[in-house]
Design a protein around this ligand. Structure first.
Ligand code: F6R
Length: 614
C-alpha cells in the first residue's frame, strides 16, 4: 500500500502526479515514484526511497514530459524500503509500468514460475510479479485491460492496480479486486484521472466514480470505460462529491492534527445539524435504513472497528446497550473476521470507520453479510467501500481528516453513535420521554464545552512539556472512561512514541499495580458520575504506591484535586458526554508532547492513515 494517482489528458502529467502524491502524503509512506509515457514515446520511471520532495527534485533534474502517467507512494509490506522495491514496477522490456496497493499472497509461487519462464525480477516485492504477468499476457496479444484482468485472476489476496503500457499510448487501466483500498476515477473535462483517494482528484473535478471489487476503469484523454470482472462494459453512476479541495489546507496552524482538534467544536455541531431537534428532544435520522419492526427485532448489536474507531465502537456499544437495551458489544475487526460469530438477520452489525476502507473492517462486514446480518456503516468518507457494503450509512460529517492520528472523526463518531442509540431506544420504547429529552438536550452543551476545553490548551501544553522525560504512562478509566483511556494512550503512543497503556481502573489490583512507581505517571479519568468514588479509591492506591497522577475531573470536584498532583477540568456533563469531552485534553496532551519531543504529529513513523491491507 499506500497512495495511487494517475492522469491522462492534455496537460503535463508529472506536476499533476506530484501534486496528487503530495496530497496523499498524510496516508503515510516511505517511498515515492512515477512512470510517464513521454512525448518521445518512451516509458520513463523515476522513483526514490524517500519523500515526494525528493521525487520532485528528480523530476526537476530530468527533462521528462508527457501527458500520461501513474504515481505511487509506498508503505512497505514486502521487501525493505529501497528504490528497487518502490513503485512503479516495470516489465522486463520496460514497456509496462504498474502501481499496486494490497498484498499478493501467492507471490512466492508466482515469482518462481515467472523466473522459470525467463523473467528477471529486480525487487523483493510481491507487486513485481503482477507486472510480469501482464507483460506475458500482452506478449500473447492481449490488450492492456485484458492482460490486467487475466493477471488479476492469478492473484490471491485483495488489491488495487493501476497500469500503463508504452504501446497503448494515452491509456491507463485501473482495477480493484476485493477490499484492499479503493480507486476513485475523476471525470475531468480535459482528460481523466484515477487515485486511491478522493483528495488527489478534487483539485481537478468533483465528478467521481468508485470502482467496486472486480471492476476496471479504462481512461484516455477523451473517454472512460468501465468493465466488470468478465470484461463486459458496464454503466457506473457519476457521483458529485461535495468535498472541497481547500479542506486540505493548513491555514494558520502548524500541523493538521492541531487544526483538526480545533475544528471539533464546529464539526460536532455539523454532526447534529438537521438531526437533532432540541425543542422536542427528538432525532431525525432518515439515513437509518431499517424499519421500526426490524429495529424492534434486533437481538444483538455488534460494532466492529480498528484502533481509534474500535474505541468509538466500545463507547457506542455501551450507549446502545444502556439506552436501547439491546445486548451490544464492540469487536476488534481483525479478530472478528477470523471468528465464527453467531450472527443472523436480527443482528445489527455497525462498522465504525473513518476511511470506510480499512481492510479488516471490510472483511468483518463481508463475514456479517454472509450471515445475513443487517449492516450500518458509521463513516466519514461518503462513497467509500464500507458505505457501499452496508445497508445504510450514518455519515459522521467531521470533514476531511488529514493527520494520521484521528481526532475530530472520533468525537463526531461517538456523537453519531449517541444519536443512533437514542434513535433505537425511541423505536424500541426503552427510554422514557423525559430521559430521552434529557439525553438529547445534553448534546447542546458539546460545541461550547469543546470550545472551552480548547481555550485551555496552554495548560495542557505545560503538562505535556513535563511528560517528555517519561517513557511509560498509564491511562485509567471506568465505564465510558475506559475506552476514552485507551484512546488517550493510543494517541500518546502513536504520535509521541511514549509507551502508554489504557486500562480499566478495576484491573489495577489484578496485575498492573506492580508497575506503579514515580517513573510511570497515571492519567486518571475521574469525572463526576456513579463511578467517581471507585476512581477515588484507585487514585488513592496509586498515590499510596508513589505514583504521580494527572486527573481529568469535572469542574468543581473537591475530592480528586486534593489527592492528585495535577488536574484538568471538564465541563459538568453526563458520563457519556464527559467521555467525549475528555478526548480533547488528551488529544492536546499527546499533540504537545509530540511537538516538545520534536516529532511530526501529522506523520507518525511506521503508520498509515488508511490501512488497506491486513
Ligand atoms: C489512530 C487511528 C487509527 C484508525 C484505524 C482505523 O489515531 O487513526 O487507529 O482509527 O486505523 O481506521 P478507520 O477508522 O479509517 O477504519
Amino acid at each position: 500500500m499506500c497512495g495511487i494517482v494517475a492522469y491522462t489528458g492534455s496537460a503535463d502529467a508529472t506536476p499533476i502526479l506530484l501534486k496528487g502524491l503530495k496530497s496523499l502524503e498524510y496516508r503515510g509512506y516511505d517511498s515515492a515514484g512515477v512512470a510517464i509515457q513521454t512525448a518521445l514515446g518512451t516509458m520513463e520511471v523515476l522513483k526514490t526511497a524517500g519523500r515526494v520532495e525528493e521525487l520532485d527534485a528528480l523530476v526537476a533534474e530530468s527533462d521528462i514530459t508527457g501527458h500520461t502517467g501513474i504515481g505511487h507512494t509506498r508503505w512497505a509490506t514486502h521487501g525493505v524500503v529501497n528504490r528497487q522495491n518502490s513503485h512503479p514496477h516495470v516489465s522486463c522490456d520496460g514497456e509496462v509500468a504498474l502501481v499496486h496497493n494490497g498484498i499478493v499472497e501467492n507471490y512466492l509461487e508466482l515469482r518462481t514460475e515467472l523466473a522459470a519462464d525467463g523473467h528477471t525480477l529486480l525487487s523483493d516485492t510481491d507487486t513485481e510479479a503482477i507486472v510480469h504477468l501482464i507483460e506475458m499476457n500482452m506478449r500473447a496479444g492481449q490488450s492492456l485491460e485484458d492482460a490486467l484482468l487475466r493477471a488479476a485472476g492469478r492473484l490471491k489476496g485483495a488489491g488495487t492496480f493501476v497500469v500503463s503500457a508504452r504501446n497503448e499510448p494515452g491509456k491507463i487501466v485501473g482495477m480493484r479486486t476485493g477490499n484492499a483500498g479503493g480507486i476513485v476515477v475523476g471525470h475531468i473535462d480535459d482528460g481523466n484521472m484515477m487515485a486511491s483517494d478522493l483528495l488527489a482528484v478534487l483539485p481537478y473535478t468533483n465528478k467521481v466514480v468508485y470502482l467496486d471489487s472486480g471492476e476496471q476503469a479504462i481512461i484516455t484523454n477523451a473517454s472512460v470505460i468501465y468493465r466488470n470482472g468478465d470484461g463486459d462494459v458496464i454503466d457506473k453512476e457519476i457521483i458529485i462529491s461535495d468535498r472541497s479541495a481547500e479542506s486540505a489546507e493548513l491555514g494558520a496552524f502548524p500541523h493538521f492534527m492541531l487544526k483538526e482538534i480545533h475544528e471539533q467544536a464546529e464539526r460536532v455541531a455539523s454532526a447534529m445539524r438537521g438531526r437533532v431537534d432540541f425543542e422536542t428532544g427528538s432525532l431525525n435520522l432518515p439515513e437509518i435504513p431499517f424499519t421500526d419492526e426490524q429495529i424492534r427485532n434486533f437481538d444483538q448489536v455488534v460494532l466492529v472497528g480498528m484502533g481509534t474507531s474500535l474505541h468509538s465502537a466500545m463507547m457506542g456499544a455501551t450507549l446502545i446497550e444502556s439506552f436501547a437495551r439491546i445486548p451490544a458489544k464492540a469487536e476488534n475487526a481483525s479478530e472478528f473476521r477470523y471468528k465464527n460469530p453467531v450472527l443472523n438477520e436480527n443482528t445489527l452489525v455497525i462498522s465504525v470507520t473513518q476511511s470506510g476502507e480499512t481492510a479488516d473492517t471490510l472483511a468483518a462486514m463481508e463475514g456479517a453479510a454472509a450471515q445475513n446480518a443487517k449492516q450500518l456503516a458509521v463513516v466519514e468518507i461518503d462513497g467509500s467501500q464500507a458505505t457501499r457494503m452496508a445497508d445504510g450509512s450514518l455519515l459522521v460529517r467531521a470533514g476531511l481528516e488529514v493527520a494520521v492520528a484521528s481526532t475530530k472523526t472520533m468525537t463526531n463518531t461517538v456523537v453519531c453513535l449517541y444519536m443512533l442509540a437514542i434513535h433505537l431506544a425511541s423505536i424500541r420504547g426503552t427510554m422514557s420521554q423525559e430521559a430521552r429529552k434529557a439525553a438529547v438536550s445534553d448534546l447542546a452543551s458539546l460545541p461550547g464545552g469543546i470550545g472551552s476545553l480548547i481555550s485551555q490548551e496552554q495548560t495542557y501544553k505545560a503538562i505535556a512539556e513535563r511528560l517528555v522525560t517519561r517513557h511509560h504512562l498509564l491511562y485509567l478509566g471506568r465505564g465510558f472512561m475506559f475506552p476514552a483511556a485507551m484512546e488517550g494512550a493510543l494517541k500518546m503512543k502513536e504520535i509521541a512514541y511514549i509507551h502508554a497503556e489504557g486500562y480499566a481502573a478495576g484491573e489495577m489490583k489484578h496485575g498492573v499495580n506492580a508497575l506503579i512507581s514515580e517513573d510511570m505517571p497515571t492519567i486518571a479519568l475521574a469525572p463526576a458520575g456513579p463511578l467517581h468514588e471507585k476512581m477515588v479509591s484507585n487514585l488513592n492506591e496509586v498515590k499510596a504506591r508513589g505514583g504521580q497522577v494527572i486527573a481529568i475531573v469535572t469542574e468543581g470536584d473537591e475530592i480528586v484535586p486534593s489527592i492528585v498532583d495535577e488536574v484538568i477540568e471538564l465541563p459538568a456533563a453526563s458520563e457519556a458526554l464527559s467521555a467525549i469531552f475528555s478526548l480533547v485534553p488528551m488529544q492536546l496532551l499527546a499533540y504537545y508532547t509530540a511537538v516538545a519531543l520534536k516529532q511530526d504529529p501529522d506523520k507518525p513513523r511506521n503508520l498509515a492513515k488508511t490501512v488497506t491491507v491486513e
